[in-house]
Design a protein. Structure first.
Length: 448
């Protein structure tokens, strides 16, 4: 990772003229400022100003009514040189991710990245995390309608061919930014793609996820097409998720792996307790991981997106899926996957929430019960109740109610960040529920 001196040297060359300084707030949207590369030395020392009101913006680009932050107040964007990358898809441009600092030169208590940093410093393990994203490549018709880039089928070889040039440029751009590609394939929906990058330690995984999404969108734009990460861009097609893979490590030892555990999955008691905590907090947790109104169009039964609080071994309808480990590296690849997450989430908050929920399970030694290796939606309500399996919240509003009542997650985020997050997401929900939809006009006008 580059040092401050190395960043200054690169920025003083002909290679870089502009530097993007990005952060992600409560709305989950990457935002920031762009500075001339010649000013980077002073920016690394003094940061660059930003209105604190930006942390009360929602993803609709509206200020949350009555939010904590308004017209008065200022903070600083302070770049992290370890995240510096020259952008292979944008001429003479580079990027750095930033922490948000108060004017007294301390981390701002409403900053998601700083909150994750603080939590990881106190975590008795090292977290290894991967964000596994799906997205659609789209194009515009002559009428301006957004349609899928192609009509490929799930895992189809024809889809690999049609997207080959775009995906090749994406993989080159990711590798140039030290993000190794693990696997690529056309996903279930026409034009839908899954391009997976390697896992990384704690905060770096969340940083990489932001850089990854910007790279995908930037490369697509250079090919005169678009990439969208929204959870449900086409009503009849498959939704796009962002599955989050987690394991905990003590040095070179995977705390989630037990060689004496039976079967192909090798789960330790620590892993089972971690999953128990995730299940216990899941109804509140999805307010952080499925962070938009549209998210809940995807979290429905029989959608392989997970709609019930259960765990299973390679069960793609479970919110906590334990993938089978690699044959030759079981200790290195034993992990769990959190499925009810998508790309509208702030990755720092999603990771923080999952770790806090899981560690609560470890500390309380929560038993997740036996794995469920069937679709919970095919069980009767009585069978689910007997197993303690609940339906996840069906709307963002319901999820926010659960989050507000979860003291553990409130404590993990800290009062200021927690309150401001709730305000921002409530404002999005209130705008949605206050809007008259085309469906309502079409269906109800005939009757009334």
């Amino acid at each position: 990772m580059p040092t401050s001196d190395e960043v200054i040297e690169i920025c003083s060359s002909d290679e870089v003229d502009l530097v993007r300084l990005l952060y992600v707030g409560n709305d989950g949207v990457p935002r920031g400022r762009v500075v001339d590369a010649g000013r980077i030395e002073s920016v690394l020392t003094d940061g660059i100003n930003l209105s604190s009101a930006m942390q009360s913006f929602n993803s609709l680009d509206h200020l949350a009514p009555g939010g904590m932050f308004g017209a008065a107040g200022e903070i600083r964007l302070l770049p992290d040189t370890e995240t510096f990358r020259v952008l292979p898809y944008a001429d003479r441009s580079a990027v750095m991710l930033c922490d948000l600092y108060d004017l007294d030169r301390t981390p701002w208590d409403a900053d998601p990245r700083s909150a994750l940093t603080s939590y990881l410093e106190d975590l008795p393990y090292e977290a290894s995390v991967a964000f596994e994203s799906e997205f659609y490549l789209t194009r515009a018709t002559d009428d301006g309608e957004m349609v899928p880039f192609d009509d490929s089928v799930c895992f189809g070889a024809d889809g690999m061919q049609s997207a080959n040039d775009v995906v090749l440029d994406m993989t080159d751009a990711l590798k140039a930014q030290e993000m190794d590609v693990v696997v690529y394939y056309p996903e279930y929906g026409p034009g839908q793609q899954e391009l997976v990058i390697e896992h990384a330690p704690g905060k770096r995984a969340a940083d990489n996820h932001i850089l990854y999404k910007q790279t995908v969108k930037g490369v697509a734009s250079n090919h005169d097409i678009d990439a969208t990460f929204v959870p449900k861009p086409f009503p009849e097609a498959a939704g796009s998720g962002c599955h989050i893979h987690v394991s905990l490590w003590e040095g070179d030892e995977n705390a989630f792996y037990d060689p004496d555990s039976e079967g192909q999955y090798g789960l330790s008691e620590t892993a089972r307790h971690f999953i128990g905590g995730v299940l216990d907090h899941a109804p509140a947790l999805v307010a952080l991981t499925a962070a938009s109104v549209m998210s809940y169009r995807r979290l429905r039964p029989h959608m392989w997106a997970s709609a019930f609080t259960c765990w299973g071994q390679d069960n793609r309808e479970a919110i906590a899926r334990v993938p089978s480990s690699q044959w030759d590296e079981p200790s290195a690849t034993t992990r769990f996957e959190f499925k009810p997450a998508d790309n509208t989430a702030n990755p720092y908050l999603a990771e923080l929430g999952i770790l806090a929920a899981g560690m609560d399970g470890v500390e309380r030694e929560l038993d997740p019960g036996d794995p469920l290796n069937e679709d919970p939606a095919d069980m009767s309500a009585a069978e689910r109740e007997e197993r303690g399996i609940q339906r996840l919240p069906e709307t963002l509003g319901e999820a926010l109610d659960k989050l507000e009542a979860d003291d553990l997650l409130a404590d993990a985020l800290g009062e200021t960040l927690f309150r401001s997050y709730i305000e921002v997401k409530r404002s999005q929900w209130d705008e949605f529920t206050g809007e008259v939809t085309d469906w309502e006009l079409e269906k109800l006008t005939r009757a009334f």
